[in-house]
Design a protein around this ligand. Structure first.
Ligand code: NI
Length: 200
């Protein structure tokens, strides 16, 4: 969804806020272009750094299934909603979720430093791993997952990001398994992750 700046909603009155929320819902975060068959090719080499300062990339993740979602911490609606939902899904998975690496990759590395990610993620399930890197490292990861993001200027030099808001489920060999939308039914999301984790 076009993720609007928090600044907009702070200055906006209730009715304007409602209108903006409606607009955001209508525009909906752009989905990955192309047919589902193209998604089989999703995945590839990437190399980033976690909000705890650890190297996390396709190499480190080998042997561990993961769920990967791209977004940014200044996103006022879609990203926090998706991360909150992911937390609920992890909770429902129980101990089985320990085998999973839930990854949140920033598309806004200029603002989303390791420290900013750590601060932001403290509001969500502690198992979620934030990833950042240089602009080039982020672009490599985005290309691997066919994720698109676009900077949208706002007033006073501020900006927001439009970005692909799908979550990709990858098996322990780093191969595409399934994709989820944060608006998918909760039970469907839990079931998809259970299937992924059942692969071992
Ligand atoms: Ni977002």
């Amino acid at each position: 969804m076009p993720c609007r700046s928090g600044r907009d909603s702070v200055s906006a009155g209730p009715s304007r806020r409602a209108a903006l929320a409606g607009l955001a819902a209508a525009l909906a975060c752009s989905d990955v272009a192309g047919a589902d068959s193209a998604l089989v090719d999703v995945g590839g080499a990437f190399n980033l750094i976690s909000h705890e300062g650890r190297r996390v990339g396709s190499r480190e993740l080998l042997g561990r299934p993961y769920a990967i979602f791209f977004g940014f911490t200044h996103c006022p609606d879609v990203c926090p909603t998706a991360l909150f939902e992911l937390g609920l899904v992890l909770k429902d998975l129980g101990d089985a979720a320990d085998a999973l690496a839930p990854l949140f990759v920033t598309v806004d590395p200029a603002r989303d430093t390791q420290e900013q990610l750590a601060l932001y993620l403290s509001s969500f399930d502690p198992r979620i791993i934030g990833l950042t890197g240089t602009e080039d490292e982020i672009l490599v990861a985005m290309r691997a997952f066919k994720v698109v993001a676009r900077k949208v200027p706002l007033a006073a030099g501020d900006y927001t990001m439009e970005h692909t808001a799908l979550m990709f489920l990858m098996d322990r060999r780093g191969r595409f398994f399934d994709k989820l939308d944060y608006r998918d039914e909760h039970a469907k999301q839990v079931a998809a992750l259970r299937r992924l984790l059942a692969l071992g």
